[in-house]
Design a protein around this ligand. Structure first.
Ligand code: B1M
Length: 222
């Protein structure tokens, strides 16, 4: 592997955003994801190779360590931020169509619910898995999901809920999304959910963490 891709993968895995970033302390003063992604592209590495050779595997490792409780939310947020810094350099290539994404993932926290930290993590990890993200934010109702689906046919939908009261709103959203866009896959997650609840509301998949979401989408795209 190109040395610059190896360094970039490490920067993302350990959350080194850019040269000025003080975190992590052992990489102080060294280039971060921002500089390394730019260097890779400037030196002629293809954008797809930057994504699939460095960023996606790095986020895979991050997701795995998070699932195994080897790292925690702050470290994952720093990795996601580093990923974002690198992705900013790749965005123009995605937008021009030079790099194909695996598909579009529409995500939102369901109506009545303002919690967005977990939802944002899932969105960032899925983006790291090579998907385009349409993030509808918080307090999102079925009409907004259906509108986004109309604009992005074939997209997969992700619903997040953190409150026992708002998880109940997922059922109506799943039903209305599937009525308006038959065949749409709906993935659900959030602390109060479990797979029994997922089955009861007719969603397709439940994941307790971002990694499970990434793995599910990887299987769908295969
Ligand atoms: Co609120 N809150 N909160 N809160 N809050 C909880 C959730 C609560 C458990 C605290 C408690 O009482 N112990 C409780 C819910 C009780 C319940 O219903 N079971 C609660 C409450 C009651 C409330 C209010 C009603 C409080 C009030 O006003 N009386 C109010 C509701 C406002 C509203 O939404 N309408 C409220 C408000 C808030 C703040 C605004 C202050 C703030 C949110 C800030 C923000 O999100 N921007 C907040 C916070 C921070 C929390 C706690 C402390 C932390 C939540 C969090 O971010 N966790 C939380 C208590 C706790 O969890 N310790 C609490 C970290 C995050 C990474 O985890 O979101 O679970 P999580 O996401 C995980 C997984 O669940 C999963 O992946 C993520 C990473 O592993 N996941 C998915 C999440 N979505 C997924 C989607 C997927 C797949 C996986 O696929 C699509």
């Amino acid at each position: 592997m190109e040395p610059v891709l190896e360094k970039l993968g490490e920067a993302v895995e350990f959350g080194k955003v850019d040269k000025n970033s003080p975190y992590p302390p052992n990489l102080k003063g060294q280039d971060g994801a921002d500089e390394l992604a730019k260097e890779a592209l400037d030196s002629g590495v293809k954008p797809t190779d930057v994504l699939t050779g460095a960023l996606v595997p790095a986020m895979d490792r991050v997701g795995q360590k998070f699932s195994e409780n080897k790292i925690f939310v702050p470290q994952m947020l720093m990795s996601a931020k580093a990923m974002g810094a690198a992705m900013a350099h790749l965005k123009p290539f995605f937008q021009s169509g030079d790099v194909k994404t695996k598909g579009t993932f529409i995500i939102g926290t369901v109506k009545g619910d303002l919690h967005d930290i977990g939802k944002n993590l899932v969105a960032m990890m899925v983006e790291g898995g090579g998907w385009s993200i349409v993030d509808l934010g918080v307090d999102v109702n079925e009409d907004a999901f259906n509108q986004a689906l109309a604009e992005n046919p074939g997209a997969v939908v992700g619903l997040s809920a953190l409150l026992t009261t708002t998880m109940a709103n997922m059922e109506e959203i799943v039903r209305k999304v599937k009525e308006a866009h038959p065949g749409t896959k709906v993935l659900v997650g959030g602390a109060p959910l479990n797979d029994d609840f997922r089955a009861k509301i007719g969603a397709d998949f439940y994941s307790p963490d971002p990694r499970g979401a990434v793995e599910y989408l990887k299987d769908l795209a295969a």
